[in-house]
Design a protein around this ligand. Structure first.
Ligand code: SF4
Length: 252
């Protein structure tokens, strides 16, 4: 089966455990204001490759990747779920650890699409789930997407039949997500899940800004400064306080 990819990174260090072979797929239904990969949005701009081509290429680096595996990110990989399932199935057949980096956008717990997600869960070792905002209206304002899909996907991954380990990612952006109440609420929500194994709180950065001009697009957060790392540490503490509160409440 063929898919459309934006690019490949052969020695990724921040996209899952160990050294990773990272596939950036093309196509994304969201429009995050801080997106640093706007060149991945359009699936039509992707390069067509087959599952076998990717895994043959992976084999060239296999020795270095033995404590890591393959990560598929984007764009939004779930846009090409059939390709993703085939790629992960073939990777698992070869004993490769599989990680999906996603926002959960396009998740559905209905019909044929739901069946595909069940199939995907069977061949995915780890999901890095980016929860972009904990309030539905804030989520829409920041991404033009639907928070329900993300949270329903998290729920799905916590069920016995479709269980996957999850690492949560959350980007803090001034005026959008960097607010005490939101961070605490996010933590309180996360505290209800036993399949969450890690939490990454990432400060907003401006590295993607230059790509917008090259694509003839206006950068939505023009003029906003990068968030200091110390603020990510502060935000993490607030999220953790929410998690602890939830754990205590659930024990009552
Ligand atoms: S989900 Fe990722 S690729 Fe899509 S718009 Fe948001 S940041 Fe960009």
């Amino acid at each position: 089966m063929n898919g459309f990819i934006h690019s490949i990174e052969t020695m990724g260090t921040v996209d899952g455990p160990g050294l990773r072979y990272v596939v950036f797929t093309a196509g994304c239904p969201l429009r995050c204001k801080y997106c640093h990969n706007p060149d991945t949005w359009n699936i039509g701009n992707g390069r067509e490759v087959s599952v076998n081509q990717i895994l043959d290429d992976y084999d060239k680096y296999r020795l270095f990747l033995k404590n890591g595996g393959i990560t598929v990110t984007g764009g939004e990989p779930l846009v090409q779920i059939d390709f993703l399932i085939e790629l992960f199935k073939s990777a698992k057949d070869k004993g490769i650890h599989t990680c999906l980096d996603t926002s959960g956008a396009t998740f559905s717990n209905k019909g044929e699409r739901y069946k595909k997600f069940i199939e995907l869960s069977k061949v995915t070792d780890l999901v890095m789930l980016d929860i972009k905002h904990i309030k539905p209206d804030g989520y829409y304002e920041l991404t033009k997407g639907n928070l329900d899909e993300t949270l329903a996907f998290l729920d799905f991954l916590s069920k016995k039949e479709t269980y996957c380990d999850v690492w949560i990612r959350h980007v803090i952006v001034k005026g959008y997500t960097y607010k005490k109440d939101y961070l605490y609420e996010l933590g309180y929500h996360l505290g209800g899940y036993k399949n969450i194994k890690a939490l990454d709180v990432l400060p907003y950065h401006i590295m993607g800004e230059s790509k917008y001009a090259a694509l003839g697009l206006e950068y939505p957060l023009k003029g906003m400064e990068a968030m200091p790392k110390e603020n990510a540490i502060k935000a993490r503490k607030i999220i953790e306080a929410g998690i602890v509160k939830r754990l205590m409440d659930d024990k009552k």
